[in-house]
Design a protein around this ligand. Sequence first.
Ligand code: AVI
Length: 322
Amino acid sequence: MNVHASALAEAHLPDEQTTAFARDALDNLSRRPKRLSPKYFYDAAGSELFEAITQLPEYYPTRTELSILRDRGSEIATIIPNGAALVEFGAGATTKVRLLLKNCEFGAYVPVDISGNFLNAQAVALRKDFPALDVYPVTADFTAPFVLPDTISAMPKVGFFPGSTLGNFEPDEACGFLRSAREFLGEGARMIIGVDLEKDERVLHDAYNDSAGVTARFNLNLLARINRELGGNFDTSAFRHRAIYNSESRRIEMHLISTKAQKVRVLDRSFSFRPGESIHTESSYKYNLERFTALAYRSGWTRRESWTDAERMFSVHALVAG
Ligand code: AVI
């Protein structure tokens, strides 16, 4: 056992997911500028904080996307082939998918998420409310290759990727994800995808700097998670949340800023921070219709239909393969 492996064993979680987290965290904290991947925000504490974010008055995306799915449900249903299998990438709370299930005749629902326990609990509740629907949860990281259940192999496939999670990918990663989803879902596939839109910078700023400080706690939980799972010793009170809109890149950037010169240990490695030094934890890209259409096209999809709310805050699109 090398030093790294023994430190990980001491942290009590030497499973596959923790090993990947350890590898990514050590690698990303060694970069200049330092960074951490937003996919690690979502442990149990982080998922709870994210749920709280979605209820904040300043955080418009969730309620706006829900209103579009609710108001346009019957139009969305017209582009869904009857008996299709709905594959949700990164399934969280079921509120959004329920709106699709209510309006469309799906043959099966396949939620895919890394958090198996949560996924299975949600599947039980859905089976109760939609007894005719076959639900096949798949525990997997949807950004890596995974296998769909054999039982849905003959059904047409519809991908569902709500919440503007696409915005958390760098543009080339977004293109890579859409392209592999297109290949994975096969000929004749459809995709229903939620995408956040460019807008007044003040509105964007407030959505990621809420007055109750929930987004700050969500961001700082990443350091607390490293302490819990990787035996880190971050002093979370010595970092502060910073979210800014980068208008050139058209993205919100979240950072954790070191408030002083300090050294932090993670597993067997030590990292030095200068006062004011940042860890870039998340980018949240905002699109307009033209740039999203071009991205979809480059990735093998044609935009069939788009829906927005009256203030054009958020968009939902129906894509067709090819
Ligand atoms: C999940 N994702 C689309 C959220 C976003 O808006 O980029 C994550 C988030 N970060 C801070 N607040 C919400």
